[in-house]
Design a protein around this ligand. Structure first.
Ligand SMILES: *Cc1c(COP(=O)(O)O)cnc(C)c1O
Length: 479
């Protein structure tokens, strides 16, 4: 194996997709939130330098650009509204709270014109605490508890998405007991599994969600709901995957769901008002990723729904969507401090491992999904030549990788700050206390205002509160 041209110490297997940057100090703006820039080499968001942030709030910390989130949420709501209206339909977005939810985020999402999609009691309680109108809340889940269904029904949420035949009589009994008619959607498994540029179209899907279209279960579920005086079939639902860049998978799913809707209308005289096409809109984590704009996606999907309805000779539905990642992912970056630097000799040369003060406990996606992230040296400029590094966490696990491959200046050293963009979605919600580390907080930043927590960092008291054998007196003093 030949050594890297810049010498064996700077070698290390770099992936084909990762080009060496012209200037390793520069940000690639499309990877960063709206108000994140570099000033004299220092990463700054809404006028707050990361050095000030780290000094005042510590690290690791999720740094959340509030205006970026709000702008993206509004852009989604307005783009889908506009493109569907142009085709004679209404389109509604429900922010998928599982991507990241706290009361502030629920409030901002609704202020931007989105509803809130939940899948547990905890997520519903958060939306409720944020003052979200229950009519704009949905509940998903393949195994909802009685407590969850009771809260959904008694609070009066706008849509309970049923996910199994078993669930239908359970919702029915609860609705009857509460003396209401519960609004129900049926989650249809359409046999489309989509990811980035590919999708797989099959008749059957071997996974836990939804009711299969091909086996007739979806139709059976709809008939059960229609028969019940305590249930109202308000819609059909499909969610085909995540981190999707192209419209084709959604279009095929829409076509299949609209065919079922037309069957219900034609053969059972049952008009179904709404079709929900789920979430899964992709974002740019690295230069490999090429997501569509909301406007482009909305235009293609609106036209496809019109075409499908023409083919089925049926009227146009109201359409809804559940974007999570695409709204919140790019809004935050994670700030870490560098500790150990270790050159490791590999078959392809030396790989430099840069260890930071967090890891898989605050970002499980690299370990869990083989996800790629990017990062930058955040506290200073450097004229040192770029080398490919691997950014790893502090946990007792060799899979504890945050950024698999990235160029950083070769003089990166202990005490430097590193920022990893696009960690707003599925990082904080998947965070764990692995190795008994407290989970980091989420710090909101806005122009002209001091940063403030929207989720506070856990303390050691929080961490040990659940261990009855832990003497809290140990934490007095400077721990
Ligand atoms: C996860 C999920 C979403 C959101 O997915 P994103 O990839 O974050 O947009 C929407 N709807 C359902 C049913 C989901 O399970």
């Amino acid at each position: 194996m030949p050594a890297h041209p810049s010498g064996v110490l700077h070698a290390g297997p770099s992936p084909v997709w990762l080009p060496e940057p012209d200037d390793v100090n520069e940000l690639m703006p499309s990877l960063w939130s709206k108000h994140t820039v570099k000033k004299d080499g220092v990463l700054t968001v809404c006028g707050h330098s990361v050095q000030d942030v780290a000094h005042t709030f510590g690290s690791p910390v999720f740094v959340f650009d509030v205006d970026d989130f709000q702008t993206r949420a509004r852009d989604f709501a307005e783009s889908f509204d506009r493109e569907f209206a142009a085709n004679g339909m209404t389109a509604r977005g429900y922010y998928a709270g599982k991507a990241f939810l706290c009361t502030a985020v629920a409030r901002w999402a609704t202020e931007a014109g989105l509803g809130v999609d939940t899948c547990t009691l905890g997520e519903m309680l958060t939306a409720r605490a944020a003052g979200v109108d229950p009519g704009r809340v949905g509940l998903h889940g393949n195994n909802k508890s009685d407590a969850e269904l009771e809260m959904a029904v008694s609070w009066g949420i706008g849509r309970i998405v049923v996910d199994s035949l078993d669930e239908i009589p359970r919702v029915e009994r609860i609705a009857e007991r509460c003396g209401v008619t519960a609004p129900v959607m049926v989650r249809v498994t359409v046999g489309v599994e989509a990811h980035t540029h590919d999708f797989i179209a099959t008749a059957h899907e071997d996974q836990k969600f939804g009711l299969s279209l091909a086996s007739g279960q979806a139709l059976e579920a709809c008939k059960k709901v229609l028969k019940s005086p305590h249930l109202d079939l308000v819609g059909l639902h499909s969610h085909i995957g995540s981190q999707i860049f192209d419209a084709e998978g959604f279009i095929l799913a829409a076509t299949r769901v609209i065919r079922l809707r037309a069957t219900l209308q034609r053969d059972f005289g049952a008009p179904v008002a709404e079709v929900d096409l789920g979430g899964g809109f992709g974002i740019r984590y690295t230069s490999q990723d090429t997501p569509s704009s909301f406007a482009d996606m909305a235009r293609k999907l609106a036209r496809a729904v019109v075409r499908a309805c023409e083919d089925e000779d049926t009227d146009l539905p109201n359409v809804s969507f559940e974007p999570g990642r695409a709204i919140v992912g790019p809004a935050a970056f994670t700030l870490y401090e560098v500790g150990t630097i270790k050159p490791v000799h590999t078959e392809n040369g030396v790989r430099t491992y840069v260890s930071i003060d967090g890891g898989m406990s605050d970002n499980a996606r690299t370990a869990l999904y083989d996800a790629d992230y990017s990062c930058t040296l955040a506290n200073r400029r450097s004229d040192a030549e770029p080398i490919v590094v691997r950014v790893v966490g502090k946990h007792c696990e060799s899979g504890d990788i945050v950024v698999r491959d990235e160029y950083l200046p070769s003089d990166v050293s202990a005490g430097d700050l590193i920022a990893v963009p696009d960690t707003g979605a599925y990082c904080k919600p998947l965070a764990s206390n692995y190795n008994l580390v407290p989970r980091p907080g989420v710090l909101a930043v806005e122009e002209g205002r001091d940063p403030y927590w929207i989720v506070q960092p856990e303390t050691y008291s929080d961490l040990f509160a659940t261990d009855p054998g832990f003497d809290p007196a140990l934490l007095e003093g400077d721990v």
